[in-house]
Structure formats: C-alpha cells, structure tokens
Design a protein around this ligand. Structure first.
Ligand code: ATP
Ligand code: MG
Length: 302
C-alpha cells in the first residue's frame, strides 16, 4: 500500500508485518515515532483521530452491515489498557464491545480454543476489541508447556505440528470472519524489555499505581526471549492479506495510541460505510408524520 492510498491520519502502512520469512521482529524499533518528532508535534492528530473515529463509528452503527474487530496483543505493561481506553474515548459505548481474555476457566477449557472468542465477536455495526485473544494459544501456551498439557486435548492430537496447525486454524477462522463482513485489525504493541522494567518500577514506586503490579508479570518477564520468539513466529505465520499484523512501537505511549487510532480509521475508511437511504415512499410517510408533529405543537400553543 502506498502513502497515496492511505486513509488514516498519517501513513502507518510501514507498521504492517509481511507474512513469512521476510518478517523479523528484532528489526522493528520499539521507540520509533516516525513521522512525529515528539508528542507536541502529534497533538492535533491525537484529537482529530478520536473525532474522526467517532464519526466513522456512527455510520458503521447506522449502516449495520460491517463489524470491526480490533485485536490487541502485547507483553505486560506495554500499554494495552491505556491504548484501548484512549482510542475508544470518543466512541458511543453502545456500539463497542471490549473483552479481556484471561487464564481460561474450566468451562472454557471444556471447549475448542476459539469458542470463548466466537461467543464474544462483535455484532454487525459494532466495534469489538479483544484485549488479548486466541493468539495467547500460540504465545503463553507455547512458552509454558504445562499449560498445553492441562488443555484436555486428546493426546493423539498434540503433536509437534500443533503450533503450525493452530496458525492454520486461526488464519482460516479469520478469513471466514472477513468473508462474513468482519474487518479484523491486529496490533502487537511492541515494547522493549528496558521500557517494561521502567514501567514495572513505576508501578512499585507510585502508590497510585501499586494495584497494577502483579508478581506473576515478573515471572513472564523472565521468559522474554521465548516470548519474542513466539511472537516472531506467530506474526510471520498469521499476517495474512485479509488480516495482517501491525507491529506498533510502544515505548512512547502517545505514539502507540495515535498509531492504533490511525489503523482503525484506515480500516473503517476502506469499508463502504454510508447512512441507510430512505426511499421516496418512506420519505413521503416521514413528511406526513413531520407535519402532524408540527401541527401538535401549534395545537398546544392555542
Ligand atoms: P492487566 O495486567 O493490564 O490487567 P492482563 O491482560 O495482563 O491485563 P492479567 O489478569 O494480568 O491481565 O493476565 C491475564 C493472563 O492470562 C496473562 O498472563 C495471559 O497470558 C493469560 N492468558 C490469556 N489467555 C490465555 C490462554 N488461552 N491460556 C492461558 N493463559 C492465558
Ligand atoms: Mg497483567
């Protein structure tokens, strides 16, 4: 996609990850803020982005044909919650559905791994947000083999091909959704290990942020390399034409928020969104009702 085709606030197409061997996570700069020098330079764009999203959501909702699914994946403290909060801040809550996926419950483990996502997909006209998603099935589950062992799968189905099979199943499921009118926008908030350290320290030192700190997050930090390997492989395998991944530099929160807003705007602008048209006979009926309404107030004034 060239800059000329870009529909967003700026050209965020370079955040897109290619499928296959050409993708290398290590090549992606976590502190990049291009094309903005600093937060001040981006100020107007941040405000404009939220306003444009609100207008697009209004049409999406009224038209009631397409739905949009934003999938947010990241290491702890990369800013998932803040990004979602910011990007959704101007939207009509009735048209949004945010779901946070945590460790699966017993009921969830009694089903196939896409089940809990499927029952939480956005309806037509809505924007759904997955804060973590079925991608955890090829991330934390891959990094910690005992989690896979606890998944109640028939042993004959758990082979060395399981990750490849899960990528295939995810790609097929996402293509199916795409063909049914769900536009999928996938973002990986790419934070550095050093920036995560700073944010954890901040959570420990600032009493208002203490609640955000979980000792379990430290354990996952010890597996940083394994996670990066799992992310690298997952992104390379599931960045498809119909649902590509975007690797969003996340060391600067203001930039990742702006970039995610932009990716959503770009996706929405590409849909043929329009308010439903009222045909001639319907217009006539509306005119009759309008006259009656006007007449009612005149009647009252008398
Ligand atoms: P925050 O910490 O900002 O509240 P979070 O998404 O990190 O958000 P937590 O409750 O801290 O939420 O962690 C949820 C945990 O659940 C994560 O470690 C995640 O990897 C794990 N998880 C999510 N999906 C699965 C899954 N399918 N199988 C196993 N673990 C999962
Ligand atoms: Mg957490």
């Amino acid at each position: 996609m060239s800059a000329a085709e870009n529909h967003g606030l700026f050209d965020c197409s370079r955040l897109r990850a290619p499928r296959g061997k050409r993708f290398r996570l290590a090549d992606r700069d976590t502190a990049d803020t291009h094309p903005f020098k600093d937060k001040d330079a981006a100020e107007g764009y941040l405000q404009e982005g939220v306003a444009r999203l609100a207008a697009l959501q209004d049409t999406l909702y009224a038209q009631d044909r397409w739905s949009v699914l934003l999938i947010v994946q990241a290491m702890d403290a990369a800013g998932k919650d803040g990004t979602i909060k910011h990007v959704m801040s101007g939207l009509n809550p009735q048209g949004c559905h945010v779901v946070a996926f945590k460790t699966p419950s017993e009921t969830e483990l009694d089903h196939d791994f896409l089940w809990r996502s499927n029952i939480n997909l956005p309806e037509r006209g809505r924007i759904g947000v997955f804060n973590r998603s079925y991608y955890e099935e090829v991330l934390i589950v891959r990094v910690h083999p005992p989690i896979l062992a606890g998944q109640m799968l028939p042993p004959s189905l758990v082979t060395k091909n399981i990750w490849k099979e899960r990528y295939e199943d995810i790609n097929a499921a996402e293509r199916y959704l795409t063909r049914n009118g769900t536009k999928i926008v996938k973002v990986f908030l790419n934070v550095s290990k050093e920036e995560q350290r700073r944010r954890f320290l901040d959570r420990l030192e600032d009493k208002d942020k203490n609640w955000k700190f979980r000792a379990a997050d430290l354990k996952e930090r010890d597996y940083w390399k394994d996670y990066m390997k799992a992310y690298q492989e997952m992104i390379a395998a599931t960045s498809t034409d119909w649902a590509p991944w975007h690797v969003v530099p996340a060391d600067h929160k203001w930039f990742s928020r702006l970039a995610v807003a932009d990716l959503l705007i770009d996706a929405l602008e590409r849909l043929d969104l329009q308010y439903p048209r009222v045909d001639a006979s319907e217009k006539k009926k509306l005119e009759v009702i309008r006259r009656r309404m006007v007449g009612e107030s005149r009647g009252k004034a008398r």
